[in-house]
Design a protein around this ligand. Structure first.
Ligand code: SF4
Length: 233
C-alpha cells in the first residue's frame, strides 16, 4: 500500500475542530475543481512534501498539548486505505480525529465512521449550481449521501457553506439552509468567501461578499432553524 501523501500541516489551530486544540494535516488529491479553491497545489495526486513517519513522530510530541488531529485537503478520503491506516496510528496516540470533507466519497465515509470523531462537511451550492462550481455532475448527490450516512452514525458534525457570491445568492442560502434544517441538521457554519489569490480579487466586490453577513433579517431567519449557526467572516 502506498503511504499517505501529506502536502501541508498547520501545527496549531482552535477553529478547525470545535472546542478542541488541534493540528491540521492537508492531504493531496481532490476529485473536485472548485472555482474558489484556496489549495490548488493540493488538487493533483502526487507525492506529498511531508514524510508521514516524521509527521507521526511530531504528532506524538504533541501529546498533552493538542487534543485532536484534523485531516483536511484536498479531499483526504481520496487516499482511502492509506488514510485509514494512518488515522488508526494517530488514534492509538490518544488524539481525537476530525475530517474536513466535500462528501464526494460516501462509501469511504461509511468505512471511516468508526475511525473519525467529527466531520466538517461542505455543502457548496444548490443542486443546480454544483456542477458549475465544482466541475463534477455527481458531487451534490454524493454529498447528500455522505450527510445522511454521517447523520445515521450519530456522531458530531458541522455543515459548512462558503458564500461565494458567484455561486450562491441569498435565496440559494435560504434554500440550502431550509434543506439542512428539514433534515434535522443542528450545527452549521456560514463562511465568507475570501479571495486567496491576486487574480481572484477583482472577480467579486467586498460588498457582494459581505451581503450575507450584513443582512440581519437573513441571519435571524437562518439562525432560527438550528441549534448553532457560526457566521465565519
Ligand atoms: S473540494 Fe476543497 S480542495 Fe477540492 S477543489 Fe473544492 S475547495 Fe479545493
Amino acid at each position: 500500500m502506498q503511504d499517505i501523501q501529506i502536502g501541508g500541516l498547520v501545527p496549531f489551530t482552535t477553529i478547525d475542530y470545535p472546542n478542541k486544540l488541534s493540528a491540521v494535516l492537508f492531504l493531496v488529491g481532490c476529485p473536485l475543481r472548485c472555482e474558489y479553491c484556496s489549495n490548488p497545489h493540493l488538487l493533483s495526486v502526487g507525492n506529498g512534501e511531508y514524510d508521514p513517519e516524521r509527521v507521526l513522530e511530531w504528532i506524538k510530541s504533541r501529546t498533552g498539548k493538542l487534543e485532536a488531529i484534523v485531516f483536511s485537503g484536498g479531499e483526504a478520503l481520496m487516499q482511502g486505505p492509506a488514510l485509514f491506516q494512518y488515522i488508526r496510528r494517530v488514534r492509538e496516540l490518544g488524539f481525537k480525529i476530525g475530517l474536513h470533507t466535500n462528501g464526494f466519497y460516501p462509501n469511504l465515509l461509511a468505512d471511516a465512521v468508526d475511525l473519525v470523531d467529527w466531520i466538517g462537511l461542505d455543502f457548496k451550492a444548490t443542486r443546480e449550481k454544483y456542477p458549475d462550481l465544482t466541475g463534477q455532475n455527481i458531487a451534490y448527490d454524493n454529498m447528500i449521501k455522505s450527510l445522511e450516512i454521517w447523520q445515521k452514525s450519530g456522531k458530531d458534525f458541522e455543515v459548512r457553506i462558503t458564500c461565494d457570491p458567484r455561486f450562491i445568492s441569498k435565496d440559494d442560502l435560504v434554500q440550502i439552509t431550509d434543506i439542512l434544517s428539514a433534515k434535522g441538521v443542528k450545527n452549521i457554519a456560514i463562511q465568507k468567501y475570501v479571495p486567496h489569490f491576486e487574480s481572484d480579487t477583482n472577480k467579486t466586490t467586498e460588498a457582494q461578499r459581505n451581503q450575507f453577513f450584513n443582512d440581519e433579517n437573513l441571519r435571524a431567519q437562518i439562525n432560527s432553524g438550528f441549534d448553532s449557526v457560526v457566521w465565519r467572516e
